[in-house]
Design a protein around this ligand. Sequence first.
Ligand code: MV4
Length: 502
Amino acid sequence: MFRKILIANRGEIAVRVIRACREMGISAVAIYSEADREALHVRRADEAYCVGPASSLESYLAVDRILDVARRCGAEAVHPGYGFLSENHRFVQACEESGIRFIGPTSGAMKVMGGKVSARQVAVRAQVPVVPGTLEPVASVNEALAEAERIGYPVMLKAAAGGGGKGLRLVPSAPEFPSAFEMAASEAENAFNDRSLYLEKYLDRAHHIEIQVLADSRGDVVYLGERECSIQRRHQKVVEECPSPLVTRPLRKRMGETAVRLARQVGYLNAGTMEFLVDSRRNFYFLEMNTRLQVEHPVTEFVTGIDLVKAQIRIAAGEALPWRQQDIRLHGAAIECRVYAEDPERNFLPSPGKITHLEEPDGPGIRNDSGVYPGYTVPIHYDPLISKLVAYGKNRWEAVERMRRALSEYKIGGIQTTLPFLEAVLSDEQFLRGDLDTGFADRLLAARPLAAERDHLRDVAILAAAIAFSRSQKSPLGSSERAANPWKMAARLDQLATRLPH
Ligand code: MV4
């Protein structure tokens, strides 16, 4: 087993991996940029090294600097977390060449499955159903138009080198196609230095459901149930849960065995996630594979009782999986809410700054994987994820009740956060019914009155309440006893005001 692991990441996931290391008696080495000198992961590590200035390119993405620290401090392995270098097969190669174990898949498997088009080709070879579309990048807008006609609108243009929802474009009909193609190609060029696009039939109102797999160096692979990830805003997941309300036991078995077959096909190693779209008739289609640990891994940990980070470290150290498939059992339900330093009232604009007040939820069934502390200043430079609030219950309803209670306890002062949006999701009728699909977040946001409109509605209601109240007292407003009773008026007004939509 490793004696020392370097965590090539920051924020809540770095803290999470450091915790697994400490529980295993492994020394944890943090890296940090100058902007993260006061960050929580630096405080929690056994050693910490500054790798450069605030810019990610010169710090958390600086392969040579990171490996130089790993060599100098004697780390035998590197955990990449998610984002940054976690799906960079060149970093994996650099680790392999430096004799430092990468806690994740081989560079070969990462390369094959990390590319969206190559992953689809592997899936077809493995008889895994894929979304109808092209198996090669489309070479020109005319070829793409012909393919779109063949597939049938609406179609989705996707960057072959893309990921995390970048370089996606929905094209409802033929007239919009040429401009959409050019926009998507230039976006892909800017984001990935690779213009190539492929085409898929757009599956409307499907569920986005992913399967967690673990594969060891002996070629054994297990699946650990599914995660429901349909609630996404601009392709950023907001709320995830395990199990999915849509998935039945037979469907879980079929999807799980499909994911395992695909992992075996590419000689996958360590933790990975196969993403699927599932339509209302419960047909599933492979979308893409994530060759890393995911943000939402805690919901799977709660329901399976398996610590995925410790499993990753043990697999990387050459240990065999301690479970056969029949040993993996799902108990209860878990929901994760991602808390971002973004302002929902200002179109989710990032809201960095000093956390002047912090009350974190706790109590039965609650886990808060946080990267912040009271007085911490959330930097502008990186992804604004503050923490992941996770609630576990004996069933979905108890998990929902606990999450709503925990959200009501969560107080963050000094910056804006997505907590109000999360409370809106957790009190939405469709959500409570488990009636989710990929259009959920957009429908919820479209239904919310704009702040100004809502405030206007509130003023109108207060005035109406004042008039109704005075009429109900059978005497004009302003008489002496009225003034003596402002609490009754306030209570009545508040009662009315709270009936307004958020
Ligand atoms: C799709 C899709 C429907 N049809 N592909 C892929 C990346 C992920 N972030 C979103 N992805 C989707 N790919 C086809 N062919 C639906 C989604 C999707 C989604 C799309 C728009 C708005 C919200 C969404 C939430 C989950 C999945």
